[in-house]
Design a protein around this ligand. Sequence first.
Ligand SMILES: [Zn+2]
Length: 261
Amino acid sequence: MTVRDPSTADRTIGGPGTPEAEWHAWSGWSELTSVGLDDLVPGGTRLVVVAPHPDDEVIAAGGLLGLAAAAGRSTLIIGVSDGGGSHAGSDEWPRPRLIEQRRAERLAALQELGVRTDVVFELDLPDGGIGAAHERLVGYLDGLIRDRDVVISPWRFDGHPDHEATTSAVQTVIAATQPGRHAVHLQAPIWGWHWASPSGGQLPTAEGAVLHLDSAAHRRKITAMNCFTSQLSADASTGAPAILPDFVLQRLSRNREVFLR
Ligand SMILES: [Zn+2]
């Protein structure tokens, strides 16, 4: 089936999104190629996860990161933004406190996954402003991505502007003319699971792979996600709901991870 590129209007993130029960019953699961760690991150390659915000690395690839760490694969986490934009106008979370908190949450989550926390490279671009920092981000990534890396970033049609801008920069770097660089780029839907739907057919399953997490890997991922406490509870000072309410978490804490080409 030919999948057309979703429009900007299609990719609007609002309301409760597509329930996980609908995704659970999705026929597309069987169209995805089932893969393991060695297929995704072969021995001798490095896993690089480019996360627009602190938590996206775990949401997108926490299971894979845990497996890669256990197998001794070289890993690099690139944190693009400082995460300081999730609680606008909050007295409970003034920006400097939020940035420190989210940095600590990320390190705690990576420790739960067994990932060495000295492999985190934080670029501290402004949360919500990654698109405007495209040239800077391309420059940073160009210096960090190496030949034969396996690079994971959000789906290019993920719907969140920071997520799409991050992946646009990764695409620019990988497509660049540096001779001899043969990095592999995989894209993980994050907010795509929210706006897309099984009946919409927006996810290009023919180009996709699914990693089924065993119970230990799944448990580690859930434990890691629970470290992002600032994203999991409502903000009493503004009345804003949690950034990741239960109906979102249900989609993001399933026991399989999808990577698209
Ligand atoms: Zn994000």
